[in-house]
Design a protein around this ligand. Structure first.
Ligand SMILES: *[C@@H]1O[C@H](CO)[C@@H](O)[C@H](O)[C@H]1NC(C)=O
Length: 525
């Protein structure tokens, strides 16, 4: 009895300590400290200035000024060169004078203000950059094969590292060394006659006197992410005798999809299931009611969301109508933001409260464009009382301007016609009448600090996020604006006073351009 107990105890003790030892050897080590501080220096993705290479001092070359001036210079200005400004254009549009945004800041505060901006900007760049964006150059005549891009691992998960191979260069012993900093290597299978050092570590050595064995072994190399630091990358160093290379493994969660049920699968789009009409209204209930009546003639069951900051308030009743009251005069973009935040359909159609639907307002045509292309937002045309319609297409570009800030350039026009949709083009900004992917617009948002006059600002914020189109065959009517002054009623006059009188509006706008968007100036081309 005693002996058996003792034997059991010893066996148990040995098993437990063996198990602990194995656990210690095989479980990935616990990496508890991750540096996610906003420090260091962001990488320059586009080389910011041209430095003629001086690797070959015995060679002379001639600089091509025409090409050089196309390269990013890190200094920009918004003045149009005199040769480009035709005086006719100046007379017609009167908008060739650039706007300099720093003018809204008192001179005594300018230095501190732009220092603060630079500080915020550098932090933003650190947050948004990944080592996967870093430039990596592969040296010439290389015996190593490895993945140049496209290797990705979920945080704390494991992958096979694809594409590793060594070329025969007539060696006695073939050796490959892999070094990571945010994950460990292991082998999914062991191949005979290959010496392995550093399995389950960040530094793996493989060697063999047979090249085929080594290459077979390389196909079984796995990478396990052990540092939880998503949206970054591990730059893996890969070495063999006298040669060294690097490649990146991206570490990130797969973005979670957010899908909407279309409620019908044929090409007869169910507009009520796919689209919500979003409206911001202010002191114009008469116009709003005309708009809603016109919508109901064509779309009786589409949900209409109204963001309303009027005073006094009037309830707008009716089926499929949601009216959200806001504090008085909260503003244009705040209202857009509120309205869009309540949309539960895949798309929303933006309309102003003084628009009127007609048989030309074919929302399904815009739905068709977004369903069949990669566009995120597509504008229609707004027909004025004069009979002219406008699509307000804008091409927006930004030139890098170094520490002074970047230069914003806005031009009329578009880039190209969309294949299969002869009435539609690709551009950067459109009129106040557009259909958009709800998810994509939520990502950009409407800055509530822009409260009175704002429209293109949304497209500036969306640059690089939104893919924008414009179709001129879907038309909504505009009921006001071109009215002559003596025809306006008291309510309309009050409205205009509120919207256009405040001179601080421009100040707010320019300050946002200067600090938030880090623009120094704007040019209308
Ligand atoms: C269209 O969608 C609406 C709203 O989801 C739904 O009530 C209606 O039954 C759908 N109509 C058809 C024909 O599927």
């Amino acid at each position: 009895m005693h002996l058996i107990q003792r034997f059991l105890f010893v066996t148990l003790a040995v098993t437990v300590s063996l198990a602990l030892l194995i656990l210690h050897m095989w479980s990935p080590k616990f990496y508890s400290v991750v540096d996610i501080q906003n420090q260091g220096k962001p990488v320059d993705l586009l080389s910011s200035s041209f430095v003629p290479f001086r690797k070959y001092p015995h060679l002379s070359f001639t600089l091509n000024e025409d090409v050089l001036k196309l390269l990013p210079k890190n200094s920009c200005h918004c003045e149009v060169e005199p040769s480009l400004t035709s005086s006719l254009q100046k007379q017609v549009f009167g908008e060739s004078l650039p706007e300099q945004f720093s003018k809204v800041i008192p001179p005594s505060e300018q230095a501190e203000y732009s220092r603060l901006r630079e500080e915020e900007y550098q932090k933003y760049r650190l947050r948004t950059q990944s080592l996967a964006d870093k430039l990596i150059v592969a040296p010439a005549n290389f015996p190593l094969e490895y993945p140049v891009q496209g290797v990705e691992v979920r945080p704390l998960q494991t992958i096979l590292v694809p594409g590793l191979r060594l070329e025969d260069v007539g060696q006695k012993v073939y050796m490959v060394n892999l070094i990571a900093t945010m994950g460990i290597f292991n082998l999914a299978a062991v191949v005979e006659n290959v010496k392995v050092k550093g399995a389950a570590e960040m530094n793996l050595f493989l060697s063999s006197s047979h090249l085929d064995n080594l290459n077979q072994q390389l196909e079984f190399v796995t990478y396990t992410s052990v540092v939880f630091h998503p949206n970054t990358a591990d730059i893996v160093q890969l070495k063999t005798d006298d040669h060294e290379a690097s490649f990146t493994i991206k570490i990130r969660h797969a973005p979670t999809p957010k899908l909407y049920d279309p409620e019908s699968s044929n090409s007869d789009y169910n507009i009520s299931a796919l689209v919500t009409i979003a409206i911001k209204t202010f002191q114009r209930y008469d116009k709003l009611r005309v708009l809603i009546d016109s919508i109901r003639r064509f779309y009786p069951t589409v949900t209409i969301i109204i963001a309303d900051d009027s005073e006094p308030r009037e309830k707008v009743e009716g089926p499929y109508i949601e009216q959200y009251f806001m504090p008085f005069g909260k503003g244009w973009f705040a209202g857009r933001n509120l309205a869009v935040s309540q949309v539960t359909t895949k798309y929303f159609l933006w309309v102003d409260d003084d628009f009127i639907f007609s048989p030309r307002t074919k929302v399904q045509k815009l739905v068709d464009v977004l369903e069949k292309t990669t566009l995120d937002l597509v504008g229609g045309a707004v027909r004025e009382l004069t009979g002219f319609s406008t699509t307000y297409r804008k091409k927006i570009s930004v030139q890098s301007g170094g520490i002074a800030g970047d230069c914003l350039n806005v031009q009329q026009g578009f880039y190209h016609v969309i294949k299969g949709f002869p009435n539609c083009v690709v551009t950067d900004g459109v009129v106040n009448f557009f259909l958009a992917r709800t998810q994509k617009v939520l990502q950009v948002g409407f800055d509530p600090r822009l409260n009175r006059i704002a429209h293109l600002e949304f497209f500036y914020d969306g640059l690089g996020i939104l893919h924008v189109g414009s179709c001129d065959d879907v038309i909504v009517d505009h009921s006001s604006k071109l009215k002559l002054a003596w025809m306006k009623n008291a309510k309309e006059k009050e409205y205009e006073n509120f919207r256009y009188s405040d001179t601080s509006v421009l100040q707010v706008r320019h300050k946002l351009f200067y600090f938030k968007n880090r623009f120094q100036c704007q040019r209308y081309g």
